[in-house]
Design a protein around this ligand. Structure first.
Ligand SMILES: Cc1cc2nc3c(=O)[nH]c(=O)nc-3n(C[C@H](O)[C@H](O)[C@H](O)COP(=O)(O)OP(=O)(O)OC[C@H]3O[C@@H](n4cnc5c(N)ncnc54)[C@H](O)[C@@H]3O)c2cc1C
Length: 455
C-alpha cells in the first residue's frame, strides 16, 4: 500500500491511506452540518471492510515482502487517545522526528468521539466513548495532567460546560439491571446509593433500601449491606474491649487482650486515620500480627511501610522529633507549645522554658506548599530557605501528596517571612530558587474526621 495523499485538518497534517480526504469530500458535497464541516464522519465506509473480511471471512492480505517506500522515526498504529499521546510525547522528546499515525478512520480520536447513526429514519447521537475525563484532578498522574495542561485543556470548564441537570430534568437516575439469564427475572432497580452526605443526587436512596429490591437471597442482601456499612475495624473481631468512641476516645489508653495477647492500646492518630498503637511483649508480636491480618482479610487489610507512614503524617502536619526538630529546638520554635502545660507546679525544664518563652523565636516551624505548576527540581529535606539573598531557614520535611496533588512540607522560616505572611524561596541543588508559600496545617482532613469512628 502506498501512502501518498496528505491533507490538513484543523492545522494537523493528516496522511490518508485510502478514500477521499475530509476536505475533498466536503468540497464535493458541501453539507451544512457542523460535524461534517469539521470533517468528522465517524465509522465511515472504507474503515471497516478490511477488518470484517479478516475476522468474518478469514481473508489474508499479502503484506510480506512489500518494498519500503517511506521511512519514519516512529509509526503509531491507532489514532485514539493513546496513539496520539504517544506521538505527542515522542515529538516533544525529539522535535524533528517524523511520525506516521495510521488509523483506519480518517478522523482521529478512536473511541473518544461522537457516535452518530440513523436507525429507522431517526438520527441518534451519543458518545462513542470518553464522554468526560474521569476524575482528572484525583485519578490522573502528574504526567497525564501535564499533557492536559500542555494541550490547553481546562478541566475546570467541566463545571459550567457540562449539563449535569439533564438526566434529573428528564426524571432519569442511576440504576442497576439484573437480567433473567443470571437472576431468574429481569429487574431494574433504580436509585443512587452513593455516599454524598447531603443526598443531593437524583433518586438518592439509603443503601439498605436500594439493596432490598435486588432479586437475590435475603442473606446475600444482608452481606452486601454489611460489606459497605459495617465498621471496618479488624480489632473488633479479636478483642472484647469496647472500641466505641465513648468507651475508648481519641488519645485514650486501655489495657486488654488482643487475640489472646495481653496488650496496651493507645488510640493515637499519627497518620491521621482511625488507628491504634498496640504494645505487646516482643515474643508475642508475630502471633498478634498474624491474628490481625487474618481478622482484617475480609476488609482487604494490607500492611504499609514507613515511607507511606511518613507521607500520611506529613499531610496531617504531624512532626517527627529528630527530623523536624533537633536537640536545640524549643517547643515554641516547633509550634507545639500548646502541648506543654506551663501552669503545672513543677516539671524538669520548666524554668528554662519560661526564660526561652520571653524571647521571640528566631525561626518557627511552618507548613508550606509548592506551586502545583512547579515542574523543575523539587526541594529536598535540609535545603535552605532564602529571603532577600540570605539564609532564612531550612526544609525539614517535603513530599508529593497524591491526595492533595501538590508538594507539601515543613520548614523553619524566619520571623520576617511569617510577618509577611507567605512567600519565600528554597534553594535547590542546582542553585535555582523554587517559590514556596506558608500553608496552614493540617494540609489534609483539617477537621480530623478520619480519626473518628464511622457512624
Ligand atoms: C461508550 C463508552 C463510553 C466511555 N466513556 C468514557 C468517559 O466518560 N470517560 C473516559 O475517560 N473514558 C470513557 N471511555 C473509555 C475511553 O473512550 C477509552 O478508554 C479511550 O478512548 C481509549 O483510547 P485508546 O487510544 O486507548 O483506544 P481507541 O480509542 O480504541 O483507539 C484505537 C484506534 O486504533 C484504531 N485501530 C484499531 N486497529 C487498527 C489497525 N489495525 N490499524 C490502524 N488503526 C487501528 C481504531 O480505529 C482507533 O481509532 C468510554 C468508552 C466507551 C466505549
Amino acid at each position: 500500500m502506498s501512502i501518498t495523499r496528505r491533507d490538513f485538518l484543523n492545522g494537523a497534517a493528516l496522511t490518508i491511506a485510502a478514500g477521499l480526504t475530509p476536505a475533498t469530500q466536503l468540497a464535493a458535497q458541501p453539507a451544512r452540518y457542523p460535524p461534517a464541516l469539521m470533517g468528522l464522519r465517524g465509522q465511515h465506509e472504507g474503515s471497516f471492510e478490511a477488518a470484517h473480511a479478516l475476522a468474518r471471512e478469514g481473508r489474508k492480505f499479502p503484506v510480506d515482502g512489500l518494498p519500503i517506500s517511506e521511512t519514519y522515526d516512529l509509526v503509531v498504529v491507532g489514532g485514539g487517545i493513546s496513539g496520539l499521546s504517544a506521538a505527542w510525547f515522542y515529538r516533544r522528546a525529539k522535535p524533528s522526528a517524523r511520525i506516521l499515525i495510521l488509523d483506519n478512520h480518517d478522523d482521529f480520536g478512536g473511541h473518544a468521539k461522537r457516535n452518530e447513526f440513523t436507525l429507522d429514519g431517526r438520527r441518534i447521537v451519543g458518545y462513542g466513548g470518553s464522554q468526560s475525563l474521569q476524575s482528572p484532578k484525583s485519578l490522573y498522574s502528574p504526567v497525564a495532567k501535564g499533557l492536559l495542561r500542555d494541550l490547553g485543556v481546562d478541566v475546570t470548564r467541566f463545571e459550567t460546560a457540562f449539563e449535569r441537570g439533564l438526566y434529573p430534568s428528564l426524571g432519569l437516575s442511576r440504576g442497576t439491571f439484573f437480567n433473567r439469564e443470571m437472576f431468574g427475572r429481569d429487574v431494574l432497580v433504580t436509585g443512587d446509593p452513593g455516599s454524598d452526605e447531603d443526598n443531593a443526587r437524583p433518586n438518592a436512596k439509603p443503601l439498605s433500601e436500594f439493596v432490598s429490591a435486588f432479586p437475590i437471597a435475603e442473606a446475600s442482601k444482608a452481606q452486601i449491606v454489611a460489606l459497605y456499612s459495617a465498621a471496618r475495624d479488624p480489632l473488633a473481631g479479636v478483642t472484647n474491649l469496647d472500641l466505641s468512641a465513648e468507651a475508648f476516645p481519641y488519645l485514650g489508653v486501655r489495657e486488654a487482650e488482643i487475640a489472646g495477647v495481653p496488650a496496651r492500646l493507645l488510640r493515637a492518630g499519627f497518620v491521621g486515620e482511625l488507628g491504634y498503637e498496640i504494645h505487646v511483649p516482643a515474643d508475642r508480636a508475630c502471633a498478634l500480627w498474624d491474628a490481625l491480618m487474618e481478622a482484617g482479610s475480609v476488609h482487604g487489610i494490607r500492611p504499609f511501610g514507613v515511607e507511606a507512614q511518613r507521607l500520611l503524617r506529613l499531610e496531617k502536619g504531624h512532626i517527627i522529633i529528630g527530623q523536624d526538630t533537633d536537640g536545640l529546638t524549643t517547643p515554641g520554635e516547633a509550634a507545639v507549645d500548646w502541648a506543654v502545660k506551663m501552669d503545672k507546679p513543677y516539671f524538669v525544664g520548666q524554668r528554662s522554658l519560661e526564660i526561652v518563652q520571653r524571647k521571640n523565636p528566631k525561626a518557627t516551624l511552618v507548613g508550606f506548599t509548592l506551586d502545583s505548576t512547579n515542574e523543575g527540581a523539587v526541594p529536598k529535606e535540609c535545603h535552605l530557605v532564602i529571603r532577600d539573598g540570605k539564609i532564612a531557614g531550612r526544609v525539614t520535611s517535603i513530599a508529593w501528596s497524591p491526595a492533595l496533588e501538590k508538594h507539601v512540607g515543613l520548614a523553619f522560616v524566619s520571623r520576617e517571612i511569617i510577618a509577611n505572611r507567605g512567600g519565600f524561596f528554597i534553594r535547590v541543588d542546582d542553585g535555582r530558587m523554587v517559590p514556596a508559600r506558608i500553608a496552614k496545617t493540617p494540609f489534609y482532613d483539617a477537621a480530623g474526621d478520619r480519626q473518628k469512628f464511622a457512624a
